[in-house]
Design a protein around this ligand. Structure first.
Ligand code: SF4
Length: 322
């Protein structure tokens, strides 16, 4: 019976066995999504516990990016009417990190809309990180685009915990989503990040018209990287982008994806990221009980989200801790 097989596979993951590719493909197609979700939650609680990791993002340089990612409101190629600013003043970013700490976030992630950080701006980001370390005392993560090995080492030396660089979608879908760089460019930065001992965070966006098989492809590609953290967004179609009219993905497909990510990566932080308030009626409660154990609070790069007060209440309501 299907539910017995899902339970058996969950037991095997809890026992330390890796899910075979054929089993991951089978899990991605099960009819009983409820049982899949329950067993993914069981793995989460047994392997990583009942703590939900809460992070805040700082969009430290907004919009006017040279790349053409079709989902992204920050590409200079699309007329999305969002505001634009260059690298924000140091004190603004340090204050945002302090606010994140006050809100109860365990980490603050500096995100910049660049293909790669220009050298002068990279130096400023390093100074800002030093200042956050000295005056705020919150874990710092970064997402600054493609990195050289030297830049990755600088971030490691500044005690940055994790570097985020998303694969965005399945390799087989990527050319439809972006033409200004390749999937392997992204993999290469993840290899550089890993080579210097920085924590790796990678993931993507679902709901961009990919098939379920392509979501499996993305999940297995991420698992092969063996990241500390997986961050998975759900598309919020942004006016002015090529995906502005993209049809919504079903909630059951979102739950299915997060559950399979948990089966594939039982020890990872699996973060439910942008789009949850838009795509999920419960803003994430169900997904935090289907494999995810982390969220972003207080909004995203170009869209708003639930407040930290609402999110902390949500986490308590489902019997978990932040
Ligand atoms: S996803 Fe990143 S690289 Fe792509 S356009 Fe947006 S900011 Fe630029």
């Amino acid at each position: 019976m299907e539910s017995a097989r899902i339970q058996e596979l969950a037991g095997s993951v809890i026992g330390g066995r890796q899910v075979a590719d054929s089993d991951a493909a089978w899990l991605m197609d099960v009819d009983d999504v409820g049982e899949l979700a329950r067993q993914a939650h069981r793995i989460t609680r047994m392997v990583v516990g009942g703590q939900v990791d809460v992070e805040e993002l700082g969009n430290i340089k907004k919009n006017a990016c040279s790349e053409d990612c079709t989902f992204c409101a920050q590409s200079a190629l699309y007329n999305t009417q969002i505001d634009t600013y260059k690298l924000a003043p140091n004190h603004t970013i340090v204050e945002q990190a302090a606010k994140a700490k006050m809100d109860g976030a365990s980490s603050y992630c500096l995100v910049a809309a660049w293909r790669e950080p220009p050298p002068a701006e990279f130096e400023r980001v390093c100074n800002i990180i030093s200042e956050i370390n000295e005056t705020v005392g919150i874990d710092v993560d970064c997402s600054l685009g493609f990195l050289t090995r030297e830049q990755a080492q600088r971030l490691k030396d500044l005690c940055v915990l994790k570097y985020n660089h998303n694969l965005e979608t399945a390799r087989s879908k990527f050319a439809e989503i972006c033409t200004t760089h390749t999937y392997d460019d992204r993999i290469n930065t993840l290899k550089i990040v890993k080579s210097v001992g920085l924590g790796v965070c990678t993931g993507g966006i679902i709901g961009m018209g990919e098939t379920r098989a392509q979501r499996l492809e993305l999940a297995t590609e991420i698992a092969a990287i063996d990241p500390q953290e997986v961050t998975m967004n759900i598309l919020t179609p942004m006016p002015g982008t090529p995906l502005e009219l993209q049809a919504e993905i079903a909630e059951s497909e979102i739950v299915r994806m997060f559950a399979v990510l948990r089966f594939l990566m039982p020890r990872a932080t699996v973060r439910l990221s942008g789009g949850r308030e838009h795509a999920l009626k419960d803003a994430g409660e169900s997904v935090l009980q289907s494999g995810a154990n982390a969220i972003i609070t207080e909004g995203y790069l170009t869209t708003s989200g639930q407040s930290s007060t609402q999110d902390m209440a949500m986490i308590r309501r489902i019997g978990l801790e932040a």
